[in-house]
Design a protein around this ligand. Structure first.
Ligand SMILES: [Zn+2]
Length: 470
């Protein structure tokens, strides 16, 4: 799809090719391209008019004539060609202008999404009153667009910055390709909530927009897949793209592998290291098996804190409509299902605990899915602090999501005892399950705070409150 730089390239090219030429006839083969005017009126208005100037706003091209303005939006595939009058008509050429020097100027559109509007004015202020134009925001490369203005618009937006930058009423002229580039240059993750950005971040976005668009216009726009600009001009900016379309290639700044994710329904490219999601403070809660993480999270929830619980997410996604259900059946077959078609957790954990290879396999399947769900929930949260409870927080790499980590600790003998009672298992089984995890000591060492849950509940709560007060 042509974006602002491509449309600007078309404008500059046409400025050289058609200015001063008079329309002597018009042939219309598909009149639904015309948005606000009938085919008859279109011809009546424009035949006899001379092209005076080419202008543009965002992705709209303005053909300024003697007394009329023709506005064209190329949408997905619209292009213009100059051909000889008797050249054969291509089936995708829908509107043909015959010019006075015996040249035909043809509008070509394979998908027919492009639109033309005719207005009886040549004044820009009047043109901009046309409804589709009136609702557009300032242009992304407008040097008079201040960061304060953009910040005012973004601070009310509870959506990802990717979506906000694609919203033409907020900022005009950035499409999918350039939003990725602008976010990368500004070190902002496309999945960051727009209202979490500060004035400096917004300033970076505007500076990057101006830089990226100026570079792209100079290079003649970007050609990816179907789009080539009019008259055979092919843009070269794709040679300079930093992240867009670079999945699995190294980040040009830090070397981390560029990721592709769907954000706001659009294929989005970013460096996970340079572009961290700006979200609430994330406090990880972890601890070895049966140490009582839920005691801590239950208390935090009661205090009104937002808590993300990995076990709860797994439980939810294991349900028949969840993301893990089919995947687990594929690995373990139907034998893990109960008579109602639900996954039998006890059966599953028994199979996993006795088979290290299988345990690794199932963890490799579950962890990335839960990680992505947590990442998205954190990004979308409007809380100042969010707690993330993950039993295998270190083992599964969830620590990268956390600003600090609390480890719930239990004296070893108490832990064995509690696990035996909780899961109705023998001492030997309990010890075996504890052994396969990272040791409590190692977890404590890697954590910011340790909460000793070996004694009565009130002592545990006292410790939590002390940390919270800090
Ligand atoms: Zn990077």
């Amino acid at each position: 799809m042509p974006e602002l730089p491509e449309v600007e390239t078309v404008r500059q090219t046409l400025q050289k090719q058609i200015i001063g030429k008079k329309i002597t006839d018009i042939k219309i083969y598909y009149d639904r391209i015309l948005e606000n005017i009938s085919a008859t009126e279109f011809k009546k208005s424009l035949i006899g008019q001379t092209f005076k100037k080419m202008d543009r706003y965002g992705k709209y091209l303005f053909f300024i004539l003697d007394t009329y303005t023709l506005i064209v939006h190329l949408r997905m595939e619209g292009k213009f060609f100059l051909k000889k009058i008797d050249d054969e008509l291509n089936k995708h050429e829908h509107i043909v202008f015959i010019l006075d020097d015996q040249i035909s100027f043809r509008y070509h559109d394979t998908r027919k999404f492009g639109r033309m509007v005719v207005l009886k004015t040549i004044k820009k202020a009047e043109i901009m009153k046309y409804p589709a134009l009136a609702k557009l925001g300032k242009e992304a490369n407008d040097t008079h667009f201040t960061k304060e203005e953009l910040y005012d618009k973004l601070k009310k937006k509870k959506e990802f910055i990717k979506g906000a930058l694609l919203d033409q009423s907020i900022i005009c002229g950035l499409g999918n390709i350039y939003v990725d580039e602008v976010c990368f240059m500004s070190k902002i993750n496309p999945s960051t909530m727009a209202n979490r950005l500060n004035l400096d971040d917004v300033g970076h976005l505007l500076d990057s927009s101006i830089t990226v668009l100026a570079k792209a216009i100079k290079a003649g726009g970007t050609t990816i897949r179907s789009y080539t600009s009019s008259l055979g001009v092919t843009g070269l900016f794709q040679l300079e793209l930093l992240v867009h379309d670079k999945e699995n290639k190294p980040c040009p700044i830090c070397g981390t592998i560029i990721k592709k994710e769907f954000v706001c329904g659009r294929g989005t490219y970013f460096c996970p290291k340079c572009q961290k999601i700006k979200g609430p403070k994330v406090i990880g809660i972890t601890g070895s098996i049966a140490t009582g993480k839920s005691v801590v999270t239950t208390y935090l929830k009661k205090q009104g804190y937002e808590v993300l619980d990995a076990d709860e997410i797994v439980r939810e996604e294991k349900k028949p409509q969840g993301l893990l259900y089919e995947k687990l059946i594929k690995v373990f077959s139907n034998q893990i299902l109960d008579e109602n078609g639900n996954i039998n957790d006890q059966m599953l954990s028994r199979m996993v605990y006795h088979d290290e290879k299988m345990r690794k396999k199932i963890n490799a399947l579950i962890h990335p899915i839960v990680f992505t769900i947590c990442e998205k929930k954190i990004a979308k949260s409007s809380a100042q602090i969010i707690f993330l409870s993950v039993p295998l927080l270190f083992e599964a790499g969830f620590d990268v999501l956390c600003d600090e980590i609390w480890c719930v600790y239990l004296q070893s003998d108490v832990q064995v005892d509690r696990l035996m009672k909780r899961n109705h298992i023998t001492e030997e089984e309990a010890k075996q399950r504890i052994q396969i995890q990272m040791s409590q000591e190692e977890k404590c060492q890697k954590s910011t705070y340790i909460i000793d849950n070996s004694r009565e509940l009130c002592y545990t709560i006292e410790q939590i409150q002390k940390i919270l007060n800090k």
